[in-house]
Design a protein around this ligand. Structure first.
Ligand SMILES: Nc1nc2c(c(=O)[nH]1)N[C@H]1C(S)=C(S)[C@@H](COP(=O)(O)O)O[C@H]1N2
Ligand SMILES: [Mo]
Length: 457
């Protein structure tokens, strides 16, 4: 086989409309020319050395030696001959390669497109490991985002405390801090799949989840400084400083455990404005809406507050016609990110099936993958570290025989909870929900290699 020049546009991409296109996801494994494949096979061999799959398995459908010469090797490129750019070429803050410009958060084609859009989805199909780069973190703004001057930002603590207190950012940042990896998932993640809208890519089916290393002060530290009345305190109310009047009730049990953080750091730097700069609440395992951004007030109380975002929104309409309220834990869930909707497998042969799993109740214990629509399941390799209430990466070796295949993942957490399929989920939850869809996702690999979002009952 003759080696050809590789570029972002070489190879077969997809035939879907452009805004569905996600070449960067495809490129990782499938789309780039032979160079990409060499990189791919090299890392695959490293995995084999770790006792994963034999070279014979990995080599199926993969490169044959070059004949005729590859101009990318034979002709010395400019970057091997000239002087490269100097330091700080980007004003001191690095930005991604120009070849990665397709790697973006996006509005969903399943939602109304507006100029003042309020949701953007993270490109899960193009990410590695478990950390979401801050610039690709999903966004959900009920009333737009702001870049707030930290020198003017204040956090007030009132309610069932001995001394009402107001903290400046400097005062908060002097206190003992912790850093922890956690996922944040909007309760409405995968909401359109309840109605089987079948948005084309995993960015839109599952992209309202992200995972970061957050740094901040345990909320309990601040409450103790204020002299919290632990006998009477049962709940807190968290309030944001933006125009959405975002207010949420959080039970004291999550706070006394030390888990809830008043965070200013995200992935080693200050929070991004879109994610609540300079201060946000981190409520591990709980749906995104409770992670109040631009946090300005904590009130300690003895009853749930039934705020607008708890009494009108964020409730689950159950089959018996009643609403479920305060269902905030994000139950165990997973999704295959490669191969996933919108990607194209170029040839039969070896592929690394990979994806993400998480549970709002602790650690992911195992993830199984099926390539035949749920008839047979194989256990996957969980990438380390496996952290509580954080994303967990899974991988599985797969040799595609070129026939249609339905790929699914099913996660189980340390409590023994197993992610349901759509039939099991609807049995309990009915069909009129918006939030908390944690059903098994199915991707159909068609004979021509194109991968499609399908829903199995
Ligand atoms: N102050 C404030 N906090 C907020 C919101 C908001 O609109 N304003 N949106 C909430 C919702 S619904 C979600 S899912 C998360 C989204 O966080 P992110 O934008 O950092 O991804 O923030 C929550 N906290
Ligand atoms: Mo949300």
């Amino acid at each position: 086989m003759k080696q050809t020049a590789s570029s972002r546009t070489s190879g077969r991409l997809i035939k879907a409309p452009e805004h569905f296109l996600d070449a960067s996801g495809i490129r990782q494994v499938f789309a780039e020319g032979k160079k990409g494949r060499r990189d791919f096979i090299r890392s695959a061999f490293a995995a084999a050395a770790a006792g994963v799959a034999t070279p014979a398995v990995l080599a199926q459908g993969n490169p044959v030696p070059t004949e005729g010469g590859d101009p990318n090797i034979l002709q010395l490129p400019e970057h091997s001959k000239g002087l490269g750019q100097g330091v700080a070429a980007n004003n001191g803050y690095g930005v991604p390669s120009v070849y990665e410009s397709n790697l973006q958060r996006r509005q969903s084609p399943g939602l109304t497109q507006t100029n003042q859009a309020s949701v953007s989805f993270a490109p899960l199909q193009s990410l590695f490991g478990i950390v979401t780069p801050s610039g690709l973190h999903f966004e959900r703004h009920h009333q737009g985002w702001w870049d707030i001057d930290p020198s003017k930002h204040r956090l007030m603590i009132n309610g069932l405390v001995k001394h009402q207190m107001v903290f400046t950012m400097d005062e908060i940042m002097r206190l003992p801090s912790v850093s922890r990896f956690h996922f944040i998932e909007c309760g409405a993640n995968s909401a359109v799949e309840w109605a089987n809208v079948a948005v084309p890519t995993v960015q839109y089916t599952h992209g309202m989840i992200s995972c970061s290393e957050f740094t901040g002060v345990p909320l309990i530290t601040l409450l103790e400084l204020a002299g919290i009345d632990l006998k009477r305190a049962k709940f807190i109310l968290a309030e944001g400083a933006d125009g959405s009047s975002m207010t949420r009730t959080i039970p004291m049990s999550l706070i006394t455990s030390g888990e809830v953080l008043v965070a200013y750091g995200q992935n080693g730097e200050m929070l991004r404005p879109e994610n609540g700069y300079p201060l946000r609440l981190v409520v591990p395992g709980v749906q995104g809406v409770s992670w109040v951004k631009y946090l300005r007030r904590i009130e300690v109380g003895d009853m749930p507050y039934a705020t607008k975002d708890e009494a009108i929104h964020y409730m689950d309409l159950m089959p018996n016609g009643l609403h479920r309220q305060y269902t905030s834990i994000q139950e165990c869930k997973s999704v295959v990110t490669t191969p996933s909707g919108g990607q194209v497998l170029l040839d039969k042969g070896f592929y690394n099936i990979t994806g993400l799993a998480w549970s709002g109740r602790g650690k992911v214990k195992r993830v199984d993958v099926s390539v035949d629509g749920g008839r047979n399941w194989r256990p996957t390799r969980l990438e380390t570290p496996v952290l509580s209430k954080a994303l967990t990466r899974f991988n599985l070796d797969w040799v595609w025989d070129g026939k249609p295949a339905i790929i699914q993942s099913r996660a189980q957490d340390e409590t023994g909870f197993v992610q349901p399929n759509y039939r099991q989920l609807r049995e309990v939850r009915g069909t009129r929900s918006i939030y908390h869809n944690n059903a098994i996702q199915s991707w159909l690999v068609q004979e021509n290699g194109e991968v499609k979002n399908v829903q199995l009952s």
